[in-house]
Write a protein that binds this ligand. Sequence first.
Ligand SMILES: NC(=O)c1ccc[n+]([C@@H]2O[C@H](COP(=O)([O-])OP(=O)(O)OC[C@H]3O[C@@H](n4cnc5c(N)ncnc54)[C@H](OP(=O)(O)O)[C@@H]3O)[C@@H](O)[C@H]2O)c1
Length: 273
Amino acid sequence: MDVIESHGARIPVIGFGTMTLKDDVCVALVDAALRLGYRHLDTAQNYGNERAVGEGLRRSGVRREDVFVTTKVWFNRLAAGDLERSVDESLERLALPFVDLLLIHWPNAQIPLAHSIGALCKVKRAGLAKHIGVANFNMAMIEEAAKLAAEPLVALQIEVHPYLDQTKIIAAARRHGMAVVAYCPLARGKVPADAVLQRIGRAHGKSPAQAALRYLEQQAIIPIPRTSKRERLAENLGSLDFNLSAAEMAEIDKLKRPGSRIVSPPQAPQWDT
Ligand SMILES: NC(=O)c1ccc[n+]([C@@H]2O[C@H](COP(=O)([O-])OP(=O)(O)OC[C@H]3O[C@@H](n4cnc5c(N)ncnc54)[C@H](OP(=O)(O)O)[C@@H]3O)[C@@H](O)[C@H]2O)c1
């Protein structure tokens, strides 16, 4: 599978997002995803499924070193000392000695960023995370985090889909050599009903979801779509084997519209767009 490289990290260009998947359903889908060819799993302490993700990984029989595993530290565990304990707990649930990528899940204005970034770097140096990064940071926070970090921040995970204009924050991440990982790449299920994406997908014998995922992949953005359905696991992976033309990319670009952000909980920072 193609990878995006960032500061020595090699991140497979599509991942399996696991939010909301729990217990046996999660184990079975992670197992199925890896057997189908996914090599990148996205979980988080807050999803309550790290144990199931680890079990699915082992059940698949795919070698641990061939899978890129991301987990995240919830925003109430970012104080120095607590962050490290949180990572120990995550690794215990995953039953893994390390993750490939550890992200701060959301910023926390009550905890100095220097403390959280310092703890994140410490975890990396201890070998508990091969790479570190952040999620849901705004541009100012990326600048501050990059200055504070003694270890490279390899990725920014943010909401990206054809409707949301994230041009500025993506450019900010790339100025620091960070890979961009797209959550809600299917706009939480809005994409399949889109007439433009349906038409563009059809022209390639593909679905609207595949067209939307391909649109991100061709910009070197890493989508992590979630599904609870095995057939859609294969469908989403099928975004990798075709190419959109420059005209089709430009047409999808025009789907951006104000007010299309889906995820903005109370702990969200002041967004740049
Ligand atoms: N860092 C963060 O703060 C953050 C926030 C949100 C999400 N995430 C991560 O990003 C992942 C993806 O985001 P998301 O789960 O919010 O949204 P998403 O992947 O955009 O959308 C998931 C929805 O799309 C449907 N779907 C999936 N594949 C489909 C297809 N081929 N055709 C039609 N419908 C399809 C799924 O329904 P079915 O289950 O019925 O297929 C599900 O309802 C999460 O699982 C999580 O790992 C991170």
